[in-house]
Design a protein around this ligand. Structure first.
Ligand code: F0G
Length: 463
């Protein structure tokens, strides 16, 4: 058996969880309209819906909460956070936001100067795409093809396809490209990392064509650790140095701090040196998030974040973090379960289209498997497939996703290896009865963001 890095922490406080009976789970799922988003968390035994805001804070962070300065303007907590963010990024300007999408709603519309503009990314995260579209621009993804070749090892499946990127710049003309967004790690297809070489090449294109370069860095520390262990020339560099090298390439850093900030709520905007843009953000953030020295956060949240940002760069922690994901992925792969391989930084992505070919994409195979997993073991996972993708706005038809993923997202410092072994056992049991799993049909579908609120019924024979 492989050796996995052990957690570099011990447990000081516990939060009880309970497992309700299988009969109760069947009933609860029915009441939830066969949509795990509608379950109450108290009916969930192991919650792998997201790694966002669900991690455990350290005792240093809990202690830091007490130092929170709740002044409306000029809070001491803000200045402590600012110092840490500037030290890590090397950027001159920063302001907090209540979470990642708060940062997006402030910055993205400021970059859209006229109608018909586009943003280019490896893959836009959903809220990023939504803010691009709300601002009247289009979001185009330029990830490498290897990203969807699930079985083949590639160290950096989050990379940009540079030819495609340049092709899009030339097609749309550089003056219509509002920005290039590097999502590190690339959440939507497996938390897959982007190499430093690829980021450098993207930055070169951005400079050549005079386009602003953004980092969507919710999981930038996990990305930096992948660079350290997988990219030539980086094994002797610290994660902090590697992260800094990435920041040096870009102009703007947006962060959902609920991931690599190791806090339950928070976001960041940091700008390298564009004072004019910073001033525009300062103006815009007031009606959106709050005064620029709190941006929707309590003083105590900013103090917890200042500590969490430093802790997330600890290499002992990062090596354990990536290993716990790998551990779960290895157990599933050994049992033949199709997953995105190699595993990424925050989740194991199970390909349910391949697992249940009997279920058509518009009966949502991954959602059906998520439901079975809840019934099997009280585990809540999330669908990242055609249900999430939605309908074509013009034709009204269901869009077919490149992959039908069930994402098993691992909160940080929260579950033990025993929990993950149990998760693997349950997924494998569901896998073994995959041929009996049926698809789902809508009983309610909202016009936007349908995956959160939809209700379903299982498809019966002959339907
Ligand atoms: N960017 C990335 C890459 C994300 O993964 C997320 C959130 C956001 C931006 C938005 O941040 O939630 O703080 O507003 N991802 C969560 C997830 C929701 O479950 O993957 P937010």
């Amino acid at each position: 058996m492989d050796h996995y890095q052990l957690p570099p922490f011990r447990i000081k406080m516990v939060e009880p969880i309970r497992q309700i009976s299988k009969e109760e789970r069947i009933q609860k799922l029915k009441e939830a309209g066969y949509n795990p988003f509608q379950l109450r968390s108290e009916d969930v035994f192991i919650d792998l819906l997201t790694d966002s805001g669900t991690g455990a804070m350290s005792h240093f962070q809990w202690a830091a909460l007490m130092k929170g300065d709740e002044a409306y303007a000029g809070s001491a907590s803000f200045y402590r956070l600012e110092e840490v963010v500037k030290r890590i990024t090397g950027y001159r300007y920063m302001m907090p936001a209540h979470q990642g999408r708060g940062a997006e709603q402030v910055v993205i519309p400021l970059l859209v100067q006229h109608p018909g503009m586009v943003f280019l990314s490896n893959i836009h995260f959903d809220t990023t795409r939504a803010h691009v579209e709300l601002a009247g621009a289009r979001a185009i993804d330029c990830v490498v093809d290897e990203c969807f070749d699930l079985d083949t090892y590639h160290p950096f499946k989050g990379n940009f396809d540079l030819q495609k990127l340049e092709h899009e710049i030339l097609t749309h003309k550089k003056e219509n490209v509002a920005g290039i967004i590097m999502t590190i790690t690339n959440n939507s297809a497996g938390g897959q990392p982007v190499s430093m070489q690829n980021m450098r090449d993207v930055a070169q294109l951005a400079t050549r064509y005079g386009i602003k370069l953004l980092i969507d860095g919710a999981r930038y520390a996990e990305n930096a650790y992948f660079v350290k262990i997988r990219e030539e020339g980086y094994s002797n560099k610290s994660v902090r140095e590697i992260a800094r090298e990435a920041f040096d390439l870009a102009d703007i850093f947006l962060m959902s701090s609920k991931k690599d900030g190791l806090v339950n709520i928070g976001g960041l905007i940091a700008i390298k040196n564009d004072l004019e843009l910073f001033r525009q953000c300062q103006t815009r953030i007031v009606p959106m998030e709050g005064f620029p020295t709190y941006g929707g956060l309590a003083g105590r949240d900013m103090d917890a974040l200042a500590v969490g940002l430093e802790e997330a760069l600890d290499e002992g922690y990062l090596s354990y973090r990536l290993d716990e994901i790998k551990y779960l992925g290895d157990l599933l792969r050994q049992a033949g379960v199709p997953i995105q391989y190699p595993t990424g930084g925050h989740a194991v992505f199970v390909e349910c289209g391949r697992m249940c070919p009997q279920i058509p994409f518009d009966q949502f195979p991954a959602q059906a498997v998520c439901n079975e997993l809840y019934i099997e073991g009280g585990i809540r996972a999330v669908e990242i497939g055609s249900l999430l993708l939605g309908r074509d706005p013009d034709s009204g038809k269901n869009l077919k996703s490149d992959a039908e993923f069930m994402r098993l997202t691992i909160p940080r410092r929260t579950y033990t290896f025993e929990h993950l072994r149990y998760v693997a056992e349950c997924v494998i049991r569901v896998y073994q009865r995959r041929n009996d799993i049926r698809g789902l049909k809508f009983t309610y579908e909202s016009p936007i963001l349908r995956h959160f609120t939809a209700s379903f019924a299982p498809v019966e024979d002959g339907q």
